[in-house]
Ligand binder design. Structure first.
Ligand SMILES: [Zn+2]
Length: 273
């Protein structure tokens, strides 16, 4: 028996487990998953169909936090409640909106626009940051993280070029909420902002009247509702485009999540011609 055990011990060296990573939203989870590859899969906190701004921790998720090796999340500008919850947990964090490498935009009304994952420039910067943090936590697998990150960067570049070609020549469009500033800036799209400006949850009468006038004058050619919001207010303005989901709240945390999200948004917006 002793010999058998000794054989077992020498034959199966204890493999260091890959870090347990918790993320806030599917596109961030996708970038982490691409860097981890076969070594592991991150957890994503946002519920399927959830609103990215209303993310709060369930008790089970709070408990999982205590076992996490790293939390990769956007930051308090996106999810204020999650920020509060994370303050109470001693876990290493990579707060993407606070990283100096992150390209950040403000809303015209002021305040940080937190939808920074819709920028391929940020997706690439964060891929590098994620690989660096994972390598620090798990130096044995550093070469794998580096190789996976390099492959991920090449895929982001290829998709970026494809989307740039797909998104040329769009007409001016409006969305339900003001989430697409990064995408519009990157691909130079004629984005007219959201019906609900900034993070306001419902537009006021003045905003509705302004949008109605701009639709009538042709300044706004297309209106896109969103899966997480009732389209009733928008329907008053005319025919709507396909419903967008800027956070991909239905997506699993696979290495493809970020790319699937970007492609779906491009497919939706490309109908505005
Ligand atoms: Zn949003």
């Amino acid at each position: 028996m002793r010999a058998f055990l000794a054989l077992l011990l020498t034959a199966s060296p204890v493999l260091a487990e890959a870090p347990k990573v918790i993320t806030d939203i599917p596109p961030v989870a996708g970038l982490v998953a691409a860097v981890m590859g076969d070594l592991g899969q991150p957890v994503v906190l946002l519920d399927k169909g959830g609103d990215e701004h209303d993310l709060a921790l369930k008790p089970s998720q709070m408990e999982a936090m205590t076992e996490a090796d790293l939390v990769v999340w956007m930051g308090e500008d996106l999810t204020h409640e999650l920020g509060h919850a994370l303050e109470a947990v001693e876990v290493p964090k990579l707060t993407l909106l606070e990283a100096p490498e992150t390209l950040k935009m403000d809303y015209p009304e002021g305040g940080v626009n937190p939808h920074a994952w819709l920028s391929p420039v940020n997706a690439k910067a964060w891929t590098g940051l994620i690989a660096a943090r994972l390598s620090e936590l798990d130096p044995e697998n550093a070469a794998t993280y580096a190789a996976n990150a390099e492959a991920a960067l090449a895929e982001i570049d290829a998709l970026d070029a494809k989307l740039a070609a797909q998104l040329t020549g769009l007409k001016p469009f409006l969305t339900y909420h003001d989430a697409y500033g990064y995408l519009a800036a990157h691909y130079k799209l004629p984005y007219q902002g959201g019906l609900a400006a900034g993070e306001a949850h419902a537009p006021g009468a003045a905003r509705l009247a302004e949008v109605e006038a701009r639709v009538k004058s042709g300044e706004i050619a297309c209106i896109f509702p969103e899966e997480a919001h009732d389209p009733a207010l928008l329907e008053a303005f005319g025919t709507l485009g396909p419903a967008l989901n800027p956070v991909g709240s239905d997506l699993d945390p696979t290495p493809q999540a970020w790319a699937i999200l970007m492609q779906r948004l491009a497919d939706g917006l490309a109908t505005c011609r």
